[in-house]
Design a protein around this ligand. Structure first.
Ligand SMILES: [Zn+2]
Ligand SMILES: [Zn+2]
Length: 270
């Protein structure tokens, strides 16, 4: 393997409603691939925290990940994390989740707009995508201002569906200023940007964010970059990480970041 410290900081297990395989299986796969570290980051969707029993499922995820951490000691660094979705739709639920256990790493995400369904379920037209994306990036900005996370997950999440499934082209220059504002605020608040490689194995065919945004983040002074496959089953653990690391190097990064107890640790890409 060319990349000595290849690590996957975005994994879902059967403790996520859309995840398939148990923590142990995901970690076995990561160890077999020779990864250096993984973070288990099961979903915690704050606006339905209690209705959909995330209070139980994330606790179960933390518990199983803590066991995996002990079992894999010396073979694979297993970090306890979660993907905190829409914390501003229910900040009290978000705080409860954040305080429910000692964790290493929290991804901050926006999967839906207030009062709307996940972007996965929306219908897209050439007319509605610009107002939707404007509202989406405004939500991301609010999330970054709130700031109770370590790394901002899949910055261009709706493109998975708009470009990937609906095949509607998006002129991203429209959002250049908003994206700059988000990246600048991330940097000022010493948060990381996630390079999410799941799009490489989906119809959208590119990472989130893409190379241009990644390069822009570096130009603006971005230092902390986490990388994750967003695997929801064992076969996708580590998928696309090498392409992602190459992209990061090309964008000018010499290091990527893993988190232990929310402290960033820079690891060399090569
Ligand atoms: Zn998911
Ligand atoms: Zn997500």
């Amino acid at each position: 393997m060319r990349f000595r410290y290849l690590s996957d900081l975005h994994l879902h297990t059967d403790n996520s409603p859309d995840g398939v395989d148990p923590v142990m299986m995901m970690c076995e796969r990561a160890a077999a691939l020779g990864l250096y570290a993984v973070a288990v980051t099961d979903h915690c969707e704050c606006e339905v925290y209690r209705e959909q029993k995330y209070d139980r499922s994330i606790f179960q995820s933390f518990f199983e990940t803590r066991k995996a951490h002990a079992v894999f000691r010396g073979r694979l660094k297993v970090l306890i994390g979660m993907e905190l979705g829409q914390p501003l739709h229910d900040p009290a639920a978000a705080e409860e989740a954040l305080h429910s256990s000692e964790t290493d790493f929290v991804l901050g995400s926006v999967h839906s707009l207030p009062g709307e369904q996940d972007f996965y379920y929306l219908e897209y037209t050439r007319e509605n995508i610009y107002p939707l994306l404007t509202r989406y990036f405004d939500e991301i900005l609010r999330l970054v201002k709130w700031g109770r996370f370590d790394s901002l997950a899949h910055l261009t999440y709706p493109l998975r569906y708009i470009i990937g499934n609906y095949k509607i082209p998006v002129d991203m220059t429209v959002f250049q200023e908003r994206i700059d504002e988000i990246l600048t605020l991330l940097i000022a608040s010493r948060k990381a940007l996630e390079l999410n490689t799941s799009g490489l194995r989906q119809p959208v065919g590119e990472t989130s964010p893409n190379f241009e945004i990644l390069e822009r983040y570096h130009q603006l002074g971005g230092k902390y970059l986490t990388i994750g496959s967003d695997a929801h089953r064992w076969a996708d653990v580590g998928a696309g990480l090498e392409i992602g690391m190459e992209m990061a190097a090309r964008a000018g990064f010499q290091h990527f970041t893993i988190y232990e107890k929310h402290e960033p640790h820079l690891l060399p890409i090569l």
